[in-house]
Design a binder for this molecule. Structure first.
Ligand SMILES: C[S@@+](CC[C@H](N)C(=O)[O-])C[C@H]1O[C@@H](n2cnc3c(N)ncnc32)[C@H](O)[C@@H]1O
Length: 201
């Protein structure tokens, strides 16, 4: 069977599943798959989700942390509010200091996990998109270092490219275990990957 056809079918599968199960994006399944394997978000956890609109990861994280946890979503775009009392959202730019201040104000305590699916508008120029994505990932890392509790976890989207190794080495300076991940729900042809940093030193 042609690879493109298989990929298209996979894309449809998660798209339809998200619609049926009322997730705001198919991306929710990427988070579920990686958490199921690596257990970096648990019941009762406080989670910060960067680049969170429309809110698929927020929903997935809320499902994992349950009613005693807390999920804070941040995005440049306003996120339609959630009915749960322990889910909050902020409209803000994660590259600005102000967003960090707002996150610190909203959090009930230091976070157990900071996750980031933030992505720039894709220009189609591979080097530009890679550099912008790494810049967002660096800002996500800075926010993680300010908001995570000791031994907290960090999960961030990156695009493959020549700046990636330096970024991974940076994450390794701060986290005891670092893994490079491509979830099943992520399209094989996309250059997107995720870096998981476990146990902030
Ligand atoms: C792939 S989407 C996130 C999807 C989300 N994880 C979900 O499951 O619904 C990437 C998001 O990153 C956001 N973003 C890009 N740059 C940002 C920035 N500087 N600050 C905050 N959010 C940003 C975009 O507005 C976009 O909504």
């Amino acid at each position: 069977m042609p690879k493109a056809w298989l990929q298209e079918r996979k894309r449809d599968y998660y798209y339809k599943k998200a619609k049926e199960e009322k997730y705001r994006s198919r991306a929710a399944y990427k988070l579920f798959q990686v958490v199921e394997k690596h257990h970096f978000i648990k019941k009762g956890d406080v989670v910060v989700d960067l680049g969170a609109a429309p809110g698929g990861w927020v929903q997935a994280a809320r499902r994992i942390v349950g009613s005693k946890g807390f999920v804070l979503g941040v995005d440049l775009r306003p996120i339609e509010p959630f009915p749960e009392h322990n889910v909050r959202t902020i409209t803000g730019d994660i590259t600005e200091q102000e967003a960090l201040q707002q996150i610190l104000e909203f959090l009930p305590r230091k976070a157990d996990a900071v996750i980031s699916d933030a992505s720039p508008n894709i220009s189609g120029i591979w080097e530009v998109d890679h550099a912008r994505q790494i810049d967002l990932a660096q800002h996500a890392l800075e926010i993680a270092l300010e908001t995570l509790k000791p031994s907290g976890n960090f999960f961030v989207k990156v695009f493959q490219g020549d700046m990636l190794n330096d970024f991974i080495n940076k994450v390794k300076q701060y986290f005891e275990v670092v893994k490079i991940i491509k979830p099943k729900a992520s399209r094989a042809k996309s250059s997107e990957m995720f870096i998981l940093g476990l146990h902030l030193r």
